[in-house]
Write a protein that binds this ligand. Structure first.
Ligand code: WTA
Length: 649
């Protein structure tokens, strides 16, 4: 049996929400949180029935959940229409003329879509889909820029019971083919192009290339975004705006079973063929609705902005379904954070009066690297709440976010969850949870999270182990599309009836969850198992360092040696002296055991297209000097060439 993951980093800074914030929050004290949490665990049927009842059901459920591990059903027998809940419910209320989406394109074009308009657009597109032959349960691949039509297409699919599969607009034709084949999709919704860093991403052209290798697509519906020249294949390709001329702007929403499939979203994980994560209707909507309501503590006066792309689960749950189910007003931005410069996000916040801002650590570190003068040039006083998702946030990045963006007044919700979990699982509640920089803190209602050792025992405080969820929850993935065996093996085979997330974590004495890195990335140095996050955070805490990645390299004496890749802040120079200093700095912060054997200064780190560091590639690079594995999920292939140069100077 291998030993537990050790932890050496202790964080003692604690931040509690202001009296003012707490007083107006839905959950305003820890005792209120604990009471509801207890109920949600002891009587999940009571807690979740109450949450689900805030949505609109066309037929009530007969049973809150049915659990035959690892397969769950939620709100059994209930019927609803997800799109009706996200759109019509508000369009027929006093929110009718409230902004649903405030859109800003990368070139600077702006558009405000009210709930009433959103209803018309979704209905029209639902009619377009039906007119083109799309039926309930058909798979529709959506390959779009970050524009309102992406959300409209998703909602229209939901409205008619079709299963959407959004593919991130930065993926290539190959990725489209893989997803078309695995899902057996017969329809594609795309755009001529999208704006990214001042250039047009040729979306339709990529679809055309993909469709030369996959012949089952009946229709391609093309939205005109950039006006770039594209070719249209007669009888297969139709323009969205042409089709819109001939359909009504009303559409009657049919009710679908609570377990009707809502979407597939492919997640690559670190290795292997992408998995088609399946989410269904009633439970997923209840989970995203409820988490968004409590964790972002949304109000009708808020202007919310999540910077994720709709191509990721964060975009599905916290741009489309969670916020719209809550009738929120949100900003949607098409382009890159540094277009025309690193002030763009801060300008958007100032211009639109954004009050809740949700982004990723990778973006925060890029802003830190670029320099404080960018946010300092803008009025960010409209902000009242900040969020983070996607990776562990390094404590120094948390502090920067708190000071430079939050003006030391905004709580930060560090939200841990996964494509598979559908909704946020571990997070502070902004009105009550004491936060320490770097921890996602405590489980959300109904989430029975724990840390187990290899034998299945609960780890003691500060002992590292595997992060698991012991009870079913409404927004959990139902299966990997077409591969139940892989579903069981990937998530349910470590411990019987328990979901394994694949992350290493520990709980501190207060019960806060600290994610220490992916289990596959854990280092093993002289018999000590170290998560990557602590060593990386120690490096990021040094004033010269913007970002770092730590991997193990085979070492005859120690088992593994610690190899660090470091990118420096703008204006900082690499040198032998800095290398020595960083080595000592890690030794002092974490302990001699973690002292790096090698430190490489890199211009950039390899990342997935959603910004996660790909340690697998670095590990291969330091072990073999080369990269032979699959790099299709890599964002920028040039990064690897530069890294090869820096390890062989
Ligand atoms: C990581 C994104 C630490 C984690 C919603 C997880 C995090 C994986 C956090 C899922 C966080 C996400 N703190 N780690 N707040 N949020 N992760 O499927 O390793 O793109 O398992 O879903 O991201 O990534 P996915």
């Amino acid at each position: 049996m291998s030993k537990n993951i050790e932890s050496h980093l202790e964080e003692n800074r604690v931040y509690t929400p202001s009296e003012e914030f707490s007083q107006s929050a839905r959950i305003s004290s820890m005792s209120q949180y604990r009471k509801l949490y207890k109920e949600s665990i002891d009587k999940p049927d009571v807690f979740w029935a109450r949450e689900a009842a805030e949505l609109q059901w066309q037929q009530p459920w007969s049973q809150v959940f049915d659990w035959k591990a690892p397969f769950a059903k939620w709100f059994v027998g209930g019927k609803l229409n997800v799109a009706e809940n996200c759109v019509d419910r508000h369009a027929t209320s006093s929110r009718r003329n409230k902004a649903a989406i405030i859109f800003e394109g990368e070139p600077g074009d702006r558009r405000v879509i009210t709930y009433a308009e959103l209803q018309r657009e979704v209905c029209k597109f639902a009619n377009i889909l039906e007119k083109n032959g799309v039926k309930s349960k058909d798979r529709v691949l959506i390959y779009m820029p970050m524009i309102p039509e992406a959300a409209i297409a998703m909602l229209a699919c939901a409205r008619i019971g079709a299963v959407h599969n959004v593919v991130f607009g930065g993926f290539s034709a190959d990725s489209i083919v893989d997803r078309l084949e695995d899902s057996g999709a017969t329809y594609v919704v795309t755009a001529d192009g999208g704006w990214r860093r001042g250039k047009i991403v040729p979306l339709k052209e990529n679809v055309d290339v993909a469709l030369q290798r996959y012949g089952k697509v009946r229709k391609v519906i093309v939205h005109q975004r950039c006006g770039n020249e594209i070719s249209m294949t007669p009888s297969r390709d139709v323009w969205w705006h042409d089709e819109a001329q001939n359909v009504k702007s009303t559409h009657r929403a049919k009710a679908f079973d609570s377990e009707h499939p809502l979407f597939l979203l492919y997640t690559s994980g670190s290795t292997g063929k992408p998995k088609g994560i399946l989410h269904t209707s009633g439970g997923y909507l209840t989970g995203t609705y409820s988490t968004f309501k409590y964790i972002f503590d949304i109000r009708d006066t808020d202007v919310y902005w999540c910077t994720a792309d709709v191509g990721w689960i964060t975009g599905h749950s916290y741009i489309v379904y969670g916020p719209l189910a809550n009738g929120a007003t949100q900003v949607m931005y098409e382009g890159a954070p540094n277009q025309p410069d690193f002030g763009r996000f801060w300008k958007i916040i100032e211009d639109h009066g954004v009050s809740i801002f949700y982004t990723a650590p990778t973006a925060i570190r890029a802003f830190i690297k670029a320099g404080d003068h960018f946010p300092a040039a803008h009025d960010l006083s409209s902000l009242r709440l900040l969020g983070s998702v996607g990776e562990p946030i390094n404590p120094e990045a948390w502090m920067w976010y708190h000071r430079q963006i939050g003006g030391e007044r905004c709580p930060i919700v560090d939200t841990w969850w996964q494509t598979e979990t559908g909704a946020i699982m571990i997070s502070p509640l902004p009105g009550c949870t004491p936060c320490k920089p770097g921890t996602a803190t405590l489980p959300f209602f109904g989430v029975d999270a724990a840390i187990l050792d290899e034998a299945g025992n609960v780890c003691k405080a500060n002992e590292g182990g595997k992060l698991v969820i012991r009870k079913p929850w409404p927004s959990m993935t139902r299966t990997i599309y077409g591969d139940k065996a892989r579903f069981r093996k990937t998530y349910w085979s470590d411990y019987s009836g328990i979901y394994t997330a694949g992350d290493g974590a520990r709980r501190d004495k207060e019960g806060n969850f600290w994610i220490v890195g992916r289990i596959d990335d854990v280092l093993n140095v002289s018999g000590h198992r170290l998560g990557t996050a602590e060593v990386e955070s120690a490096l990021v805490a040094h004033p010269a360092v913007a970002e770092s990645a730590v991997v193990g390299r085979p070492d005859e004496l120690k088992g593994q040696g610690v190899v660090c890749f470091v990118t420096l802040k703008e204006g900082k120079e690499s040198s032998e002296a800095l290398r020595r200093e960083l080595r000592e700095h890690v030794g002092r912060t974490i302990g001699a055991i973690a002292k790096p054997d090698d430190i490489y200064f890199a211009p950039a780190l390899p990342k997935t297209r959603s910004g996660k560091i790909m340690r697998r590639l670095l590990k291969e690079l330091v072990t073999t000097g080369e990269i032979s594995g699959n790099i299709t999920t890599l964002d920028d292939a040039q990064v690897i060439i530069n890294l090869q140069k820096c390890i062989k100077p």
